[in-house]
Design a protein around this ligand. Structure first.
Ligand SMILES: *Cc1c(COP(=O)(O)O)cnc(C)c1O
Ligand code: SF4
Length: 340
């Protein structure tokens, strides 16, 4: 679960908290406090008394500040507010919807597709997205903590032809930069490795995290660097996010974005068009538009396949090809993300 907290422990370390770690610590974790902040106290009756499936709320203050006060249907709020709806059992919505269980190689390594390995670096996220496909993932057991990175590396060495290592989670940028650097130091042992990819929502939801230290580390990694961010709505992108993206680009990273298609959040052509344009303004190109994985507790976010296709076709008609994300779904056992 999302139990890991990156806050340092000793008094001396606490005194040296970086500004992003302070922003992390100050996040809203009590739904009532968030709703009071948004002048939406009356919504509290739709929030379950304890977190659905043990998946607690977490919303950085900077992200909450981008929500519209007094709007119960705000698309940013909808992504993060725990609702009674999540407790509804819906046929076909299960805990391991993407077949991660079968792809596990121990030590937090997932080998699902050829030439690419995905490493679960941490279970922590700066924000908890209610639609998340990993809300039921057994992070406690699978996390590749620094001391477990050595066995992970051995697993990776045993995979012939590995070209790309994907740091994922949770959110890898939840880790302090020196821990990320520990991960990458051993990678010389993988002679065919060409690319390091980071899957992270943090530049969008906690842009303070993209600091000089992080960029200096990225700059010196001797591999192609790709950062895949995760934005779902154009209002998530503001000046602070643009700054974070600019600095990642300046550190030599190619920037891509993945979006999850979500009912009541971004299931309109206008919204997705604006999102692509806003990303472009930050030097980020759209990569994937994901159909929701059928994960227990997320059915109220589902968009019908026909609707998804229609939205995607309309989007493709309006935008240059390079601003149109690929509409895909994850099919357990398939050799790649499948086009719809
Ligand atoms: C999505 C995913 C990847 C990367 O797939 P791409 O199509 O290359 O973006 C790799 N490993 C796992 C386990 C994944 O879920
Ligand atoms: S940041 Fe990513 S992994 Fe974390 S809760 Fe959101 S969607 Fe899930």
């Amino acid at each position: 679960m999302f139990d890991h907290n990156p806050s340092p422990k000793s008094v001396a370390e606490r005194a040296a908290l970086r500004s992003w770690q302070r922003a992390w610590r100050d996040a809203f974790t009590d739904p009532k406090a968030l709703l009071d902040f948004l002048d939406l106290s009356e919504l509290a009756e739709r929030v379950p008394a304890s977190p659905p499936h043990g998946f607690a709320m977490r919303v950085p203050r900077g992200y909450a500040a981008k929500m519209r006060r007094g709007d119960p249907d705000d698309p940013l709020l909808r992504q993060v507010l725990p609702l009674d709806l999540e407790l509804r059992e819906v046929e076909g919505y299960v805990e391991d919807a993407v077949g991660d269980g079968a792809a596990r190689r121990g030590a937090g390594v997932l080998l699902k597709y050829e030439r690419r390995a995905l490493l679960i670096t941490t279970g922590a996220c700066a924000i908890h997205c209610r639609y998340c496909f990993r809300r039921h993932f057994p992070y406690g057991e699978e996390r590749a903590t620094a001391e477990r990175f050595r066995p992970a590396l051995l697993k990776l060495k045993a995979e012939p032809g590995l070209r790309e290592l994907i740091l994922s989670g949770g959110d890898p940028l939840a880790l302090a930069t020196d821990r990320l650097a520990e991960f990458t130091r051993g990678l010389g042992a993988l002679p065919e490795l060409r690319s390091l990819r980071i899957h992270t929502r943090i530049p969008i939801v906690l842009p303070e995290r993209v600091d000089e230290e992080l960029c200096a580390w990225l700059q010196q990694v001797p591999l192609r660097r790709v950062v895949v961010v995760h934005a779902n709505h154009p209002r998530e992108i503001d000046g602070a996010v643009a700054r974070a993206c600019r600095e990642l680009s300046a550190a030599g990273c190619l920037l891509l974005n993945q979006t999850v298609l979500l009912a009541g959040v971004n299931d309109r052509v206008d919204t997705l068009e604006e999102l692509s344009e806003a990303l472009f303004d930050c030097g980020v190109l759209p990569y994937y538009l994901h159909q929701l994985d059928r994960v227990r507790g997320t059915a109220h976010f589902a968009v019908e396949d026909d609707t998804a296709r229609r939205i995607h076709e309309a989007l493709a008609a309006r935008l240059p090809g390079y601003l149109v994300p690929r509409l895909v779904r994850e099919v357990p056992g398939a050799p790649a993300k499948m086009p719809l």
